[in-house]
Design a protein around this ligand. Structure first.
Ligand code: FAD
Ligand code: SF4
Length: 462
C-alpha cells in the first residue's frame, strides 16, 4: 500500500453509466475502508474536525474503522450528524475536512468522505438505529422545510426531548436532497429516505403538502397552534435568469424545474407520466454542482450536452469530483464563454445560443479573476434546449407573511450565525434561506446551531 495515495473507489464505467440512472460510485467495501483508515495519523490536534461544519469526531470514528468496529464508528458519527450517508456522498470534502487533513500535506488526504459513507451505509444495511431521545419535555417546536437544515434542527431538538413537527411544502420530504440532486449521485429510496426515516424514528412528525405563508403562517403556528418556537429552513429555491434576449423562448428551463421534474417527479422512469423535454442538443449555462447535475441528467436523457461557463476551469464552483465525472461521461465544456442571446425559430422554440469568448482580468470582490468579453469573438452553438443554472435566492413568501422577520437585499432572512436567532422572538432560521444557495453541510451546521439556540431560549423562558 502506498500511504501517500487514497485507496481508489470503484465506480461504474463512464460509458455505461452515462446511459443509466444508477449510482456512479460503488463506495468502499469493508476491506478497502479498513485499509484506507490505516492512512489516518490519529492526530492529537486533528485539523480535519475544524474543517467539518458539524464537528464530527473524525479521528474518533476512523480509529473505530481501523479496529473493524463499524457499529461504534457509526455511533461516533451519529452524535454529530443525522445525514452521514448523504454527506459522505455530496459534501465538498476537498475544501472541508479533507482540505485540512494533515496526511494531505504530503500526498493525498485521508478519504474521510468515502469512509463516512461506508460507515453510514454499513449501519443502514445492518439496521443500526440512532440513539433514542431521553425523556420528552412536552414542548412543541415547528420546523419549516425538510431539507438538511430542517431535518438536522428537528433531529437535534427531538433528541433533547422536544415534540417537533416539520411542515414541508412539497409532497415528499428532503428538500434539495430529494428534488435537486439526481439519483445517480444520491439514491433517493436507499439513502435519502432511509436517513429521513432515522429522523422520524426520533419522534419527529413530517407534514407534507403544507406551504407556510399560504396554508397557515408562522404567527398562526405560534399564537394558535401552541408552537413555542419555529425554525425556518425553507432553502433558496427561486431560480435566477440572465435577462438576455430570447430567454422566454420555448425550450429554456431553470435547472431547478428541470431537475425537479426528473428527480422528484421521476420523469426519467417509464412508469411515471411526468413530461420532460428530451432535447437532442442541450446547453447548460453555469458551472456549479447544479449545472453539472442538469448536464449529466440531460446526457442520460439522450442529449449531446455543452456546459457554457464564463470563467476558466480553475474557477468552476462545482465539486472537483463532479466535474471529473461529467467530463468522463462526455459533457462538453465551453469555458471562458458567456451567452449573449438565445436564438429562436419562427415558433419561438430554441434553435441555438449566441455566445462570446471571455478572458480573465483582475480579481473581483469574490477574489476570483473577473471575466472580460473579447471583442468580436461571438459565435453560435446549435441547441434545442437551454438550461439556466445561475444560482437561486430564497422565496419571499415566508418573510412577506411573517410580522417582524427582517430580510436583507437578497431576500435572505437575517439571522445570528451563532444560534440562528432572527429579528422575531422565538423564530430561528438557517441554511440556504439565510445564506443563499450554499452546501448541505453548511445547512446542517446552521440547523444544529439553531437547535442549541432554540433549546437555550425555551429553557430560559420556562
Ligand atoms: C441540483 C443541486 C445540486 C447540489 N449539489 C450539492 C452538492 O453536491 N453538495 C452540497 O453540499 N450541496 C449541494 N447543493 C446545495 C445544497 O443541496 C443546499 O445548500 C442545501 O440543500 C440547503 O439546505 P436547506 O435545508 O437550507 O434547504 P433545501 O434543501 O432547499 O430545503 C428547503 C425545503 O423547504 C421547503 N419549503 C420552502 N418554502 C416552504 C414553505 N413556504 N413552506 C413549507 N416548506 C417550504 C422546500 O420545499 C424544501 O423542501 C446542491 C443544490 C442543488 C439545487
Ligand atoms: S487530519 Fe487527517 S490524518 Fe489527521 S486525524 Fe484527521 S483524517 Fe486523520
Amino acid at each position: 500500500m502506498d500511504v501517500l495515495k487514497k485507496i481508489p473507489v470503484r465506480e461504474q464505467d463512464a460509458k455505461e453509466r452515462a446511459a443509466n440512472w444508477q449510482e456512479v460510485s460503488f463506495g468502499y467495501g469493508k476491506e478497502e475502508a479498513v485499509e484506507e483508515s490505516q492512512r489516518c495519523l490519529s492526530c492529537k490536534n486533528a485539523k480535519c474536525i475544524e474543517g467539518c461544519p458539524v464537528s464530527i469526531d473524525i479521528p474518533g470514528f476512523i480509529t473505530q474503522v481501523k479496529e473493524g468496529n463499524i457499529k461504534e464508528a457509526a455511533k461516533v458519527i451519529g452524535r454529530s450528524s443525522s445525514l452521514p450517508a448523504v454527506c459522505g456522498r455530496v459534501c465538498p470534502q476537498e475544501s472541508q475536512c479533507e482540505g485540512k487533513c494533515i496526511r494531505g500535506l504530503k500526498g493525498e488526504s485521508v478519504s474521510i468522505g468515502k469512509l463516512e459513507r461506508f460507515v453510514a451505509d454499513w449501519a443502514r444495511e445492518n439496521n443500526i438505529k440512532p440513539e433514542q431521545p431521553t425523556e420528552k419535555n412536552g414542548r412543541k417546536v415547528a420546523v419549516v422545510g425538510s431539507g438538511p437544515a430542517g431535518l438536522t434542527c428537528a433531529g437535534d431538538l427531538a433528541r433533547k426531548g422536544y415534540d417537533v413537527t416539520i411542515f414541508e411544502a412539497l409532497h415528499e420530504a428532503g428538500g434539495v436532497l430529494t428534488y435537486g440532486i439526481p439519483e445517480f449521485r444520491l439514491p433517493k429510496k436507499k439513502v435519502v429516505q432511509a436517513e429521513i426515516d432515522n429522523v422520524k424514528a426520533l419522534g419527529v412528525i413530517i407534514e407534507t403538502n403544507v406551504v407556510i405563508g399560504k396554508a397557515t403562517t408562522i404567527d398562526e403556528l405560534m399564537n394558535e397552534e401552541g408552537f413555542e418556537a419555529v425554525f425556518i429552513g425553507s432553502g433558496a429555491g427561486l431560480p435566477k435568469f440572465m435577462g438576455i434576449p430570447g430567454e422566454n423562448a420555448n425550450g429554456v428551463f431553470s435547472a431547478n424545474e428541470y431537475l425537479t421534474r426528473n428527480n422528484l417527479m421521476k420523469a426519467y422512469a417509464k412508469d411515471y407520466d411526468t413530461p420532460i423535454f428530451e432535447g437532442k442538443k442541450v446547453v447548460v449555462v453555469g458551472g456549479g454542482n447544479v449545472a453539472m447535475d442538469a448536464a449529466r441528467t440531460a446526457l442520460r436523457l439522450g442529449a449531446e450536452v455543452h456546459i457554457v461557463y464564463r470563467r476558466s476551469e480553475e474557477e468552476l464552483p462545482a465539486r472537483v469530483e463532479e466535474v471529473h465525472h461529467a467530463k468522463e461521461e462526455g459533457v462538453i465544456f465551453d469555458l471562458l464563454t458567456n451567452p449573449t442571446e438565445i436564438l429562436t425559430d419562427e415558433n419561438a422554440w430554441v434553435k441555438g445560443i449566441r455566445c462570446i469568448r471571455m478572458e480573465l482580468g483582475e480579481p473581483d470582490a469574490s477574489g476570483r479573476r473577473r471575466p472580460k468579453e473579447i471583442v468580436g469573438s461571438e459565435f453560435e452553438i446549435e441547441a434545442d434546449a437551454v438550461i439556466m443554472s445561475l444560482g437561486t435566492s430564497p422565496n419571499p413568501l415566508i418573510s412577506a407573511s411573517t410580522e417582524g422577520l427582517d430580510v436583507n437585499k437578497w431576500q435572505c432572512i437575517v439571522a445570528d450565525e451563532l444560534n440562528g436567532a432572527t429579528t422575531k422572538t422565538g423564530v430561528y432560521a438557517g441554511g440556504d434561506a439565510v445564506t443563499g444557495a450554499a452546501t448541505v453541510i453548511l445547512a446542517m451546521g446552521a440547523g444544529k446551531a439553531a437547535a442549541e439556540g432554540i433549546d437555550e431560549f425555551l429553557t430560559e423562558s420556562n
